[in-house]
Design a binder for this molecule. Structure first.
Ligand code: FAD
Ligand code: SAM
Length: 659
């Protein structure tokens, strides 16, 4: 686990420019930051011509060391907007060890009025920026920013991307020698696309030599302002004398990109399907979103309120990394919805209801920064929550509740998404390069790409029948708001959860039933939920008059969660199970083998499922992950996390461990 990462510590000069206390250096040139950025990074990478040359479905990927104030990003975006045709996309990946706080970013960007239209969009999305990979989607998906929050030397090795142009920024080599190393340059080379270019504001001799040694052919070129010379270059290939980086294992390698028609069937219109549809549509795909019910979000994603609750680990597990990245992404998507009705960022309080939980919380508080989570004692917790509590706990100030159907609706109503209701897909057949969705004898639709997003129902398809998915029934109880319950100001959780009212009703959840197949709400489970409420706060029980309610009259709904055997979602391309076992049979004898056999992909078939009890946090980012696999784009998560979510992990484990 990374230690707590502080934000940038800044001083501001008399002209309002930021200066780093840690590095004792300026963020941009004294003369004109804009001119310098445009000359050093934009011109030297020939971005004007390259943006103008992009086809309508083309994209350019820029990588940067040191996001800082985002000035370089905004300048690149402004030029992209001027030069690139509609439909082309800009991907900007930037690593930043000390992100500016939102108020500091706002203050710094106010220096450039001409960038205001772009800066405003960045600022609107600059929320919940925590450690690891943080994806920001702007301008309806035309521009994607992936921030890697952490040290460049820790973050870049986890990146899976092909960078077309590198902006080698970061403070002056003399002020920041830890970053400007051969190790960093090897990473830039590993990530460089075949015709990648690079530029930097420094002309320091050892930087030039190390970049040359890493495979970039660097040239000195006249500088700007008080910089005599700067460096620009191009990637000419991995140096023969250095061992080449290991390629991805074939079962986790990227399938060949789809070069045909950009039309996808997404089967299932819950959080996973709607997110997949929105991410593909943002990339110019035509999406047919197929749902068996009369409307979207009728099953697990249909609860009136779900909680944005982060069940983290202090040990930096793949799941915990996914949760921090997914939470940030969902929070940023929600910024575009209607606060108070569609969602609310009222914070989530997780009570330390026993000694074990208190110990777990103390470990989390030591591992994560206070703006993500911090401990409140009992009195502070009561003040926050607005009700009497028996315990303090861990407070997530950016958490809150969401009306999941509103999120689904927002995603399903993106341009290019066509919702097809009353379509119950029973079978998938591949004919030539088209996947066909059949309901008995009726052909419902066909397309070269299909995304299976029907939660545990995806097991009905022969192609995905072996995925280890389980249904777990859950029931929530709806409680009418009272005068006294209006004081509840945050979501409060113990074993269950209760949220501040939405449209006059609180949601209280949720039961877990591993055996029942019946979705009729039961009184027994309502009573169980009331017991969960009692454990949260007896004061709230009184305020809600919950002890006087007639249990038989309680309202609620039940649905199935869908959980994978390792509790991570299943997101990515599907392979043919039998052919997979044959191709990699050698692994059952020796797990270290890497047979040089291409993975037998079911071309065009993808999965987004297994979101368990936390779909609000994992499903939207999984839509981005899925689109990145499909489009051969930078992955929005560390490679290791994407592999931990990969559908092939189970077949691989079965071969190696026999389970
Ligand atoms: C009681 C309860 C409480 C929860 N609380 C929270 C919470 O507080 N926070 C949180 O983050 N998560 C919570 N969850 C989990 C969250 O709701 C799920 O993770 C999420 O909704 C899963 O979304 P999904 O799209 O994968 O599945 P679903 O919402 O189940 O969507 C699947 C859709 O696919 C359709 N479908 C399936 N097969 C086919 C087919 N063959 N053809 C056509 N359509 C098909 C279904 O009709 C359905 O609409 C809760 C879940 C439950 C049950
Ligand atoms: C000169 S500023 C970058 C300016 C920025 N590109 C802009 O457009 O505003 C350098 C940035 O690099 C970051 N940085 C320095 N060392 C780093 C490292 N090892 N890993 C990641 N970021 C680093 C600093 O925190 C700082 O924000």
């Amino acid at each position: 686990m990374n230690p707590e990462l502080p934000n940038a510590q800044l001083d501001w000069d008399d002209q309002g420019r930021p200066y780093s206390r840690v590095f004792d250096d300026v963020y941009f040139s004294d003369l004109s930051g804009l001119d310098e950025t445009r000359y050093v990074f934009i011109e030297q990478n020939r971005l004007k011509e390259r943006f103008a040359a992009l086809p309508a479905d083309g994209r350019l990927v820029i990588g940067e060391t040191g996001f800082g104030t985002g000035l370089n990003f905004l300048c690149a975006w402004q030029l992209f907007e001027e030069q690139a045709v509609a439909g082309a996309r800009l991907h900007f990946v930037s690593v930043e060890k000390y992100p500016l706080t939102a108020p500091d970013l706002k203050r710094a960007l106010a220096l450039w009025p001409e960038l205001k239209p772009f800066a405003d969009q960045l600022l609107a999305q600059y929320v919940a920026i925590h450690q690891g990979f943080q994806r920001l989607v702007m301008d309806n998906g035309r521009v994607t920013l992936t921030l890697l929050i952490g040290d460049a030397l820790e973050q870049l090795p986890q990146l899976d991307a092909q960078i077309d142009a590198w902006f080698l920024d970061g403070f002056a080599p003399a002020k920041n020698p830890d970053m400007w190393t051969a190790e960093l340059f090897a990473e830039l080379a590993r990530l460089a696309a075949p015709d990648s270019t690079i530029s930097t504001f420094t002309s320091t001799g050892w930087v030039r030599r190390l970049l040359n040694a890493a495979g970039f052919k660097m040239k000195r070129t006249p500088g700007i302002g008080h910089k005599w010379e700067i460096l620009r270059g191009a990637f000419v290939g991995w140096p023969a004398e250095t061992p080449a980086p290991m390629p991805a294992k074939p079962w986790f390698a990227r399938p060949a990109p789809n070069n045909g028609e950009r039309h996808a069937l997404v089967i299932g219109a819950g959080l996973a399907g709607c997110a997949s549809a929105a991410s593909l549509a943002a990339r110019g795909w035509q999406v047919s979103l197929m749902e068996r019910h009369a409307d979207i979000a009728q099953e697990a994603s249909g609860n009136p309120q779900g909680v944005l609750y982060l069940k983290l680990s202090a040990h930096g597990t793949a799941l915990s990394q996914l949760i921090v990245s997914g939470f940030g992404h969902t929070r940023r998507v929600l910024e575009q919805l209607h606060r108070g009705v569609d969602w609310d960022g009222c914070g989530v309080l997780q009570l330390a209801f026993n000694a074990k939980e208190a110990e777990r919380q103390a470990q989390l508080a030591a591992a994560f920064p206070a703006d993500l989570l911090h401990i409140l004692d009992q009195a502070q917790a009561e003040t926050r929550a607005g009700i009497a509590l028996a315990h303090g706990g861990l407070f997530y100030p950016e958490g809150g509740w969401v009306h999941p159907p509103a999120l689904c609706q927002w995603q399903a109503s993106r341009p290019n998404v066509q919702l097809l209701t009353h379509r119950d897909v029973l079978e998938l057949r591949k004919v030539d390069d088209q996947w066909q969705a059949w309901d008995g004898d009726t052909l419902l639709a066909s397309a070269p790409v299909v995304v299976l997003a029907g939660a545990a129902e995806i097991k009905r398809f022969a192609q995905s029948a072996d995925l280890p998915l389980k249904r777990i029934r859950g029931q929530i109880t709806r409680l009418a708001q009272t005068n006294e319950s209006q004081s509840l100001a945050t979501v409060v959780c113990a074993e269950g959860y209760v949220a501040p009212a939405r449209l006059g009703e609180h949601t209280l959840g949720a039961s877990f039933d591993f055996t029942s197949d019946d979705l009729t709400p039961t009184t027994a489970e309502h009573l169980g939920n009331l017991q969960l409420l009692e454990e949260i706060s007896s004061d709230l029980v009184t305020r809600l008059h919950a002890d006087q309610l007639d249990a038989d009259q309680l309202q609620g709904r039940a649905a199935f969660r869908c959980t994978s055997s390792d509790y991570l979602p299943i997101v990515g391309p599907l392979a043919d199970g039998q052919a997979f076992n044959q191709a990699y049979a050698a692994l059952s004898k020796d797990a270290r083998q890497v047979p040089d056999v291409q993975c037998p992909w079911l071309d065009g078939l993808y999965v987004n499922s297994g979101h368990g009890s936390r779909g609000l946090i994992t499903a939207p980012l999984s839509g981005e992950l899925l689109a990145a696999w499909l489009e051969n784009e930078p992955l929005p998560l560390p490679r290791s996390v994407a592999e931990a979510c990969h559908p092939n992990r189970f077949a691989l484990r079965r071969l190696i461990r026999g389970v």
